[in-house]
Design a protein around this ligand. Structure first.
Ligand SMILES: *Cc1c(COP(=O)(O)O)cnc(C)c1O
Length: 391
């Protein structure tokens, strides 16, 4: 019986960085600068530099980051914001919370917004598009930016899963009007609680976000508008500052694990799709038993592999077999957003989406800095065995 493989191991980073973290906690308790402490500004500068953005505003979590970013754009109240049909609910939830209406669009074989479907859904009431870099694979920002330009829309990046991901050598997050990140503990860069950030190259938008996140405050007891309370705790900023210098190393391990998976599935004759093939040929068809469809790393982009998602037939059966052999797994996400109970009254609740059939096939494999080559091999072998056994 080989060692079990957990989906992730959040405690591992803290064992590694314990002395530095303890020093931060000690300093924090002594100074007691719990809100707006110096660590917040330090982290904002470091994260902006890392993601190649001019401005970073640290906020309380990734959902607030999206809502505040949307509010900063001053879109017409009740206007439509196009979001992908498969994402975490925070993407569409933030649209509603900002007084706007989510419109769901289909995704393509990159698991990200299909620009052609986005264009088909633009109406006179559309004001913005949110591109999610789902699983860490950058969305087609160039195509979406072209659409936004043609129709006079704003483009927001939800980069909650894509710290360190790149398009053409440029890091995501500040490639469009404004971008948002989450530092939820399980993300590529995780805090020890909730935390988030907004990036932009527009100084006015950055200032607007900073005010919105701090009660509309411009000076002590001087509030030019109402905002809200969504500041990043000094504690979280301090922890994230300790972790950020290690992010590239942790991303390297994620990418190595992904490469190991790719190679082992290809070697087992259950290959990931060939980039030379017409996408639709494999993409639209259901998975056959014995097949493992790996994720596509889009040429010209650098995947951050927050998740490594394969498609298999009889996903729940395969998942049970993996669990049996000690390999953890996940499903991101089992239900497409418009089909959720939360959208029972949404006009698209019953609409057909091309991405829906494979919400029954997708399976997320363990990936993270707790993995090594032997570990990845164990997962791949367990998966090959699980899909190889009929029914
Ligand atoms: C995690 C996540 C969010 C929300 O972040 P929180 O910090 O949990 O509020 C938003 N969008 C996507 C795609 C996410 O994965």
């Amino acid at each position: 019986m080989s060692q079990p493989v957990p989906f992730l191991d959040l405690a591992r980073q803290h064992r590694l960085l314990r002395a530095e973290l303890d020093a931060e906690f000690d300093g924090l308790l002594t100074r007691a600068d719990f809100i707006k402490g110096a660590a917040v500004g330090r982290f904002e500068e470091a994260f902006a530099a890392y993601q190649q953005a001019a401005h970073c505003v640290a906020v309380a979590n990734g959902t607030d980051a999206l809502e505040i970013a949307l509010r900063s754009l001053e879109l017409p109240p009740g206007s439509e914001v196009i979001v992908p049909a498969n994402s975490f609910i925070a993407t569409s939830e933030a649209v509603t919370m900002a007084g706007l209406r989510p419109v769901f669009a289909d995704v393509d074989d990159s698991y990200n917004l299909d620009p052609a479907d986005v264009e088909a859904r633009i109406t006179a009431n559309t004001s913005a598009i949110i591109a999610v870099h789902l699983y860490g694979q950058p969305a087609d920002i160039d195509a979406l930016q072209a659409l936004a330009g043609r129709y006079g829309l704003r483009l927001i990046e939800d980069a909650a899963q894509a710290h360190g991901a790149e398009i053409g050598g440029r890091r995501v997050g500040a490639l469009a009007d404004i971008g948002t990140f989450s530092f939820f503990p399980g993300k590529n860069l995780g805090a020890i609680g909730d935390a988030g950030a907004i990036l932009t190259n527009d100084a006015d938008l950055a200032l607007a976000c900073r005010r919105l996140a701090n009660h509309g405050r411009v000076g002590k007891f001087d509030h030019t508008s109402e905002g809200r309370n969504s500041r990043m705790d000094t504690l979280q900023a301090a922890v994230l500052s300790v972790k950020l210098p290690h992010l590239d190393d942790w991303l390297r391990i994620r990418r190595e694990t992904a490469r190991t998976y790719d190679q082992l599935f290809a070697g087992a004759g259950m290959a990931a799709p060939d980039d030379g093939q017409p996408e639709v040929a494999w993409w639209s068809a259901a998975c056959a038993p014995g097949q493992i469809r790996g994720p596509r790393s889009v040429p010209g982009t650098l995947h951050a592999y927050h998740l490594y998602v394969v498609r298999v037939a009889d996903r729940d059966g395969v998942r049970a077999a993996l669990t049996e052999s000690g390999v953890a797994s996940g499903v991101h996400y089992p239900t497409i957003l418009p089909r959720l109970g939360a959208y029972a009254d949404h006009p698209q609740h019953s609409e057909a989406f091309a991405c829906e059939p494979w919400s029954h096939e997708i399976l997320s494999l363990p990936i993270g800095d707790h993995m090594d080559a032997a570990c990845a091999q164990r997962v791949a072998e367990a998966l090959v065995a699980a899909v190889g056994v009929p029914g």
